[in-house]
Design a protein around this ligand. Structure first.
Ligand code: FE2
Length: 329
């Protein structure tokens, strides 16, 4: 049987069996409800509501996290099999530290036992990991979207249908990209997966996917997303800190910093290059792509290239990978 980390960076969605010995909670419904109740303000909770009588489109209604009745509304939705959905972060980890939620220690053990060695090999210049709890029911549909990093959806209870659109070839070739073009990303023939408890679905980074919780029974999964997407706005900020006064900037279309139009590159794709031919330079392919994006009125492109090599040396020597969300203010 293939090990989970064999899937990383393959771009191929697939179902895998849960490795033996994964220590999931014995009563997942109580565990999930307790977790959500404990920190309802940090959770994302929503329900789907029917539009007007002639309108078949369902609308998302987000619960007010600060309303003391918020959790009770969610919990009674779960017990009645209504289309509610809740999600809570369990682990947020980078090489320089992170957070682990109480009563989610078993999720850390899963990461430690199943992913940590493979990630260190494939993402030798640093990576981030996020694990989240997902609880929903009543045919709740989490609309099509894509994620920055490779994801493993470990299904624990209930029944879930996941539709995945494999990443089109033209997007796999890009060195710098964003996720704004949903329509073009859904041009491939989708694959449908019916997830049963005890199965894991590998969803490749950047692949569009949609998730439906079948039936009135609650469906519970825990996701593990991991990778090294590097936002250009973060790189630009790091270069300016490395050599104050150079005033490196990005053209407006590359400096947006919202989730689906954030421009980034995958650090792991270049990690094998290491110190390069002379032990110093940034990989030529990456250098070329970055030099066409980074601008400055204070220094010329040869100096930007030198600065990039200094940044690359730093990235090789210490964990400066910040994760996709540490955006400069
Ligand atoms: Fe997702």
């Amino acid at each position: 049987m293939p090990i989970l980390t064999d899937c990383l960076e393959t771009h191929t969605p697939r179902i895998l069996d849960m490795p033996a010995g994964i220590p999931f909670p014995s009563d997942p419904v109580s565990w999930a409800l307790d977790m959500l109740e404990t920190d309802v303000v940090s959770a994302d909770m929503q329900c789907l509501e029917q539009g007007s009588e002639n309108d078949s489109i369902q609308k998302i209604s987000f619960f007010d996290q600060n309303d003391p009745e918020c959790f009770n509304r969610f919990s009674s939705g779960i017990h009645q099999g209504l289309p509610v959905h809740g999600n809570l972060e369990l682990i947020d980890y980078r090489d320089d530290g992170g957070t682990l939620r109480k009563n989610a220690e078993w999720a850390w053990q899963v990461f430690n036992d199943e992913f940590k060695i493979g990630m260190a090999e494939k993402h030798s210049m640093g990576y981030y990991l996020k694990s989240n709890l997902w609880m929903s029911c009543g045919e709740h549909c989490y609309k099509a979207h894509c994620d920055f990093a490779d994801g493993f959806l470990m299904h624990i209870k209930g029944s879930k249908h996941v539709r995945v659109w494999p990443v089109p070839e033209q997007f796999k070739q890009k060195l710098i990209y964003d996720h704004s073009d949903f329509e073009a990303r859904m041009a491939t023939e989708p694959l449908d997966f019916e997830l049963k408890p005890g199965q894991i679905l590998f969803i490749p980074a950047s692949a569009m996917h949609e998730v439906v919780a079948h039936g009135e029974q609650s469906a519970i999964s825990v996701s593990f997303h991991m990778g090294s997407p590097y936002p250009l706005v973060v790189l630009c900020d790091q270069l300016n800190k490395l050599k104050p006064g150079v005033e490196v900037f990005l053209p407006p279309h590359l400096s947006r910093n919202l989730k689906f139009n954030l421009s980034f590159f995958q650090l792991s794709r270049f990690a094998h290059f290491g110190g390069g031919v002379d032990g110093k330079t940034v990989p030529p392919e990456l250098s070329e792509a970055l030099l066409s994006s980074l601008k400055s009125k204070k220094i010329n492109s040869a100096e930007i290239k030198e600065l990039l090599s200094a940044w690359w040396q730093l990235a090789l020597s210490e964990p400066i990978y910040p994760g996709p969300w540490c955006l400069p203010e």
